[in-house]
Design a protein around this ligand. Structure first.
Ligand SMILES: [Zn+2]
Ligand SMILES: [Zn+2]
Length: 700
């Protein structure tokens, strides 16, 4: 026996390990992956560059067989996930995936070949079947949280949120089973563990499990049984190597990352010497792959652009990095699928899709070639005709948008028809119809139209109308609009959409106007939803909140909010709401100008009488994030799915939550004398809730 020093190159740091040499035999290990076949649902990609401006690496698909142990670059498995909300009754992403059997579609098996070569002293020697077994350990390195963006200021951001909920400094932060879609739970760690279920993830080529290694529950034992002849590069002699084929069956949850650490044991179950292939003088106790991260790829099938809107007007890297926080790679359309829609085409579509049934006569006049200068003028700025004194009826052709319940309805409907028409023509009817079916339309990506604003002052930014189709209006901030509509296509619903500024305390409230409905309180981080991309806040600080990020990654948000484990419910709405009663007044904002105003009182009104009615409001503290107007909004939780109002003495009165137009109001009608405490509570469990301090009402 002789003492040897083994140098193991582990991660970026080199460690020096002591080992005891028993025999003069040694082995080399290769872990080979192949580029997947053409029609496969995923790619294997290697880090190829680092982009300063986005703070992230770029990746390129491997083109030939690759030994991943030899690489010092990270890898990613990028799974195509062209799945969009189809607008049906299933609004929850994971339920939708389950219903349509889409989980199995993204659940890939990655074939890997472990190759073992044998050396006696320094000469290659024939490997004998089963002389060693590979002990393959599964590691879960920590996610680099710091690259997730968030708002400036003091509030919680996506990085903090993910950190609180799943991140662990030393690794073990892959999606735990309680947060995972049920299809993948058995492969995930439990909340307390830090390792994933290796036996369910590393399988033999017939998808059967290996034995767990007796000395390490995070490792399986892979016997190296098969033999293959190989010509030795140096000696030109034919010799036998051993190999085993395995399948990696990682749960397809974006952001999960893994490393494989491999050592060899002989028939006596003793560790054997491993040689570094690049430096035969080095002996290693184990080899290790670089980090392999799970990503999703979503294709943009096409971008149609109204004339004089240019593809490069959009800063695509901004959109792409917003989704990269969720490990989603947005694949831009090839240049052949960036369609410019000329003015003639645009007007033809307008005539056929918008003005065929509506304002037909006015359109016939307007579209006459004699008005070509007006056409040029209008469509170089807008998507619809504008008023011209010389064209009779032209003032009636701009979308009126006069529906009080849904202010943008006309524009939305018209632009949707335009977008559908364009997508149908460019895709062909067959593919267009396929979009409706998430399985048959799987390979078709998202279709987007970028057009000009409908008219000066229009509030329309864009619309996602399901089945992977949306349009947006060009102009400043179009990256945010694009990300917002793309978010809808990927099953995200609104954060705050309506803001009450004419109040002592500005707040956002649940709004149910068609198309702008929001916020869905439990679908966003309570501490980071104002500037979430899915809100309507006037901000430059947009980014997906932590809960949106996890939903995009395929965490089971609904299960996290409604399931037995209450970790998420304890993180959301941790602080206490305050109950106020609301007095509607008029306020003079500037001399002679009066606006209706909401005065909020924390103290009960004096001399409350039987028969009186009070409006109440439950306000959750603000996030500490200002919008572009310098406002920091509270949240009116009056209509929250887990919320309820309590009156301790119902003989004095009880609180009813009623719909008023597009809003929800809480009201108490005083029905008797006495004292009651009014509280607002958010249910956390069957028996537990968070509750506001009481508003005490005394009726004498
Ligand atoms: Zn929206
Ligand atoms: Zn959000």
């Amino acid at each position: 026996m002789s003492e040897v020093t083994a140098y193991g190159s582990v991660d970026e740091a080199t460690t020096i390990l002591q080992g005891t040499l028993q025999r003069e035999l040694s082995y080399t290990i290769a872990l080979k992956v192949q580029p997947p076949a053409q029609d496969t649902n995923y790619t294997i990609e290697e880090e190829s560059d680092f982009l300063e401006y986005s703070g992230r690496p770029t990746y390129s698909p491997i083109q030939e067989e690759k030994d991943i142990i030899e690489s010092s670059n990270g890898f990613r498995i990028c799974i195509l996930e062209n799945i969009g909300d189809n607008g049906s009754y299933i609004v929850d992403k994971c339920q939708f995936y389950s219903q349509w059997n889409l989980m199995e579609k993204i659940d890939v098996y990655i074939p890997v070949k472990i190759e073992i070569s044998k050396l006696a002293v320094d000469e290659p020697e024939d490997y004998v079947a089963e002389e060693v077994s590979a002990i393959v350990e599964l590691l879960d390195p920590p996610e680099n949280i710091d690259i997730i963006r968030g708002p400036q200021g003091t509030g919680r951001n996506g990085a903090n949120f993910v950190k609180n909920l799943v991140h662990k400094e030393n690794g073990g932060d892959n999606c735990p089973s309680t947060y995972a879609p049920r299809e993948f739970r058995e492969r995930c760690r439990s909340l307390q563990d830090s390792v994933d279920k290796v036996q369910k993830i590393i399988l033999d080529e017939r998808k059967r499990q290996f034995q767990v290694y007796s000395e390490n529950p995070n490792a399986v034992e892979v016997p190296i049984k098969s033999l293959e002849e190989r010509v030795d590069e140096n000696s030109n002699k034919v010799r036998k190597i051993g190999y085993a084929r395995i399948l990696l069956h990682f749960p397809p949850i974006a952001g999960n990352n893994y490393r494989l650490k491999i050592k060899l044991i002989n028939r006596n179950r003793q560790d054997v010497k491993i040689r570094d292939k690049n430096n035969p003088d080095l002996y290693l106790l184990y080899v290790q792959t670089p980090t392999i991260t799970i990503w999703k790829k979503i294709k943009i099938e096409m971008v149609a652009l109204q004339e004089e809107v240019y593809y490069s007007d959009m800063k695509w890297w901004i959109v792409k990095s917003a989704f990269a926080d969720a490990f989603i790679d947005i694949e831009e359309p090839p240049s052949g699928k960036r369609y410019a829609i000329t003015r003639d085409e645009w007007m033809k579509y307008l005539g056929e899709e918008v003005y065929r049934r509506w304002r037909r006569r006015e359109w016939r006049e307007y579209s006459k070639p004699v008005y070509v200068n007006e056409h040029i003028q209008d469509f170089s700025q807008y998507s619809f005709p504008q008023q011209h004194p010389n064209i009779p009826g032209s003032q009636n052709l701009t979308p009126p948008d006069d529906n009080p319940n849904s202010p943008n309805k006309d524009t939305w409907t018209f632009l949707e028809s335009m977008a559908r028409r364009i997508f149908r023509e460019k895709l062909g009817r067959r593919n267009y119809n396929r979009l409706r079916n998430p399985r048959r339309g799987y390979n078709i990506g998202v279709c987007a139209l970028i057009c000009k604003p409908p008219f000066n002052g229009s509030g329309v930014g864009g619309l996602s109308f399901f089945n992977k189709m949306f349009y947006i209006v060009s102009g400043t901030g179009m990256e945010m609009t694009f990300a917002h509509e793309f978010g809808h296509a990927l099953f995200l619903r609104h954060a705050p959409t309506f803001f009450v500024r004419n109040s002592d305390i500005p707040y956002t409230t649940r709004y149910e106007g068609g198309g702008s409905e929001g916020p869905y309180w439990d679908e966003h981080d309570s501490e980071d939803m104002i500037t979430c991309t899915m809100s309507y806040t006037d901000t430059n600080e947009w980014h997906f909140c932590g809960l949106c990020i996890l939903t995009l990654r395929l965490y089971d948000r609904k299960h996290m909010v409604e399931g037995e484990d209450d970790t998420l419910r304890r993180i959301l709405y941790q602080r206490m709401p305050t109950v106020y009663w609301v007095e509607s007044t008029d306020r003079e904002t500037s001399p002679g100008v009066f606006v209706s105003w909401r005065t909020l009182h924390q103290n009960p009104p004096q001399q409350l009488m039987v028969g009186e009615e009070l409006r109440l409001i439950a306000l959750y503290p603000p996030e500490g994030v200002l919008d572009n107007q310098g406002m920091d909004y509270h949240k009116d939780l009056t209509k929250h799915d887990r919320g309820s109002w309590v009156s301790t003495n119902r003989r004095v009165g009880r609180v009813n939550v009623v719909k008023r137009g597009n809003f929800w109001h809480a009201r108490i009608k005083i029905v008797g004398k006495g004292r009651t405490e009014i509280k607002f509570r958010l249910r956390r469990n069957q028996n537990e809730f968070d509750e506001s301090a009481p508003l005490v009402l005394e009726v004498i």
